[in-house]
Design a protein around this ligand. Structure first.
Ligand code: ZN
Length: 477
């Protein structure tokens, strides 16, 4: 349960806290608490209302759903349950509550998560309503339930893997509102990933979203209509999702899996330029459940500027030989749109080593995106300034938050204390008392210094000594 998002942790806490609100007929009876999280981000909680005749009981789950609905927020995305009952390992909803949940899910169209808290400890078990009651009773004549797309790892039409974090550039996301998106920059903001929405669902119909590069204004308009055009804390605007919004993830394919015949000139050019498999992610857009948008492929390549030039030249040669492949030239209007869409315009994007090319075959379009192998400029909040890429050496003085997705810890160096913010998976091993050297981008704000580690390379952590004061478990011998 380490991967549980903060929102779900808060929801579990709320459910546990509301156990104390249970209105019991006799003190010492088993108490239940429930908390409903709505799509608006609010939590409605309740304990159970017990009655002496046992027939007019109102269970905590039902009460929480009622409170949310009566507050005008029936779209519940998750419901957590906790109990004092010692008999079961996890709090289980009764059959009547399962029926209430199933009907609620049918009416809102959202097959929401049910978090069943462990009696001891902070963990829980999560099942969707449709898993808790697969063959729910339905009123005669009621239509087939229209639920959000399946998010089960085994059954998803996207062959998705379960939610995982961190997301990687190129990962395809099935969002909880049914939209399909590709991760654009997972390092953009705390708890948020910048995504590009590709397909949207309205009722049971799918439609493609305009291309953000070719028709940025139309793209922004559609995002705004769906409430996805928003401002991140660092000031940038776009489509952001939290892990809560992600129903399923389809990992991008590595280069060697991509064996599409007509991509071969492009893939050959990448291989000839010595671009390794680990530097390339490939994802192809295909709608869930039989929806087939125009086939569209996104290839994200980490490469330095000389390599990009080399690949460009190699592809130019291919155009002259292979008549099928063509570079899509941008119209003046498209260029104008790009100029407005990218902060600082196209020139700045090129200066930062970011390039976008479109290649078209008769049946398919490939978007080739080069991202620099060196760290790009981080997106910073107001008042922060970049000093440059550097290394620090010192002793870790505080590491209680080092194990989160965006880890933070403190290092005392000869030059003074540094705060380190890191996305590096290895940061989970950092403990107070460790002696380390760290490389990353140094930023400052009014005398405060912070080292950002955003990439696996070149932002590295090297241990010189690990804490031996009992903070780290001693290795077995
Ligand atoms: Zn119940």
């Amino acid at each position: 349960m380490n991967e549980l998002p903060d929102t779900y942790r808060k929801l579990l806490d709320a459910a546990r806290a509301s156990v104390a609100q249970a209105f019991l007929t006799s003190p010492g009876n088993t108490a239940y608490g429930a908390a409903a999280l709505t799509v608006e981000g609010n939590i409605f909680r309740s304990g159970q209302y017990s009655s002496f005749n046992h027939i007019t009981n109102v269970h905590a789950e039902q009460a929480a759903l009622l409170l949310a609905t009566m507050a005008g927020q029936p779209d519940v995305v998750a419901l957590a349950i906790a109990t004092t009952a010692p008999a079961t390992q996890y709090a289980r909803p009764c059959g009547i509550c399962r029926q209430v949940m199933a009907e609620h899910a049918q009416r809102t169209g959202r097959d929401f998560d049910v978090l069943m808290a462990a009696h001891h400890g902070q963990s829980c078990e999560i099942k969707r309503v449709s898993e808790l009651l697969p063959h729910a009773w339905r009123a005669a004549g009621a239509s087939e339930p229209v639920l959000s797309p399946a998010i089960d790892a085994d059954q998803s039409p996207l062959q998705s893997s379960p939610i995982r974090w961190p997301l990687r550039t190129g990962d395809q996301l099935l969002l909880r509102d049914g939209s399909l998106a590709v991760v654009w920059d997972p390092l953009f903001d705390e708890e948020l990933a910048l995504v590009r929405v590709i397909l949207c669902r309205t009722g049971d119909r799918w439609h493609g979203v305009p291309d953000p590069y070719l028709t940025p204004i139309a793209y922004q308009g559609q995002l705004a209509d769906r409430g996805r055009w928003m401002t991140a804390r660092c000031g940038a605007r776009g489509a952001f999702v939290s892990l809560r919004d992600v129903a399923a993830v389809t990992a991008a394919q590595p280069l060697r899996v991509a064996k599409r015949e007509h991509w071969q000139p492009l893939l050959d050019a990448l291989l000839d330029a010595d671009i390794g498999e680990d530097q390339v992610t490939i994802s192809q857009t295909h709608g869930p459940a039989g929806v087939h948008a125009a086939a569209y492929c996104l290839i994200v390549v980490r490469a330095d500027e000389p390599t990009v030039r080399w690949v460009e030249a190699a592809l130019q040669q291919q155009f002259q030989v292979a008549t099928e492949l063509s570079a899509v030239s941008r119209s003046a209007a498209e260029k104008h749109g790009l100029q407005k869409a990218l902060p600082g315009g196209i020139d700045r994007a090129h200066r930062l080593g970011r390039f976008i090319h479109l290649y078209a075959w008769p049946t398919e379009t490939v978007e080739l995106i080069f991202t620099p192998t060196r760290c790009g400029e981080p997106c910073l909040g107001e008042g922060w300034k970049v000093i440059g890429h550097t290394s620090i050496y010192g002793t870790v003085t505080e590491a209680s938050n080092a194990s989160f997705v965006r880890g933070r810890f403190q290092v005392l160096t000869a030059e003074g204390p540094f705060e380190v913010v890191t996305y590096h998976p290895l940061a989970r091993l950092i403990r107070r008392g460790d002696c380390v050297s760290l490389s990353g981008t140094l930023v400052t704000n009014r005398g405060r210094y912070c080292l950002l580690q955003m990439h696996l390379s070149p932002d590295r952590t090297v241990w010189w000594q690990t804490a031996t004061d009992g903070v780290l478990p001693k290795p077995d011998r």
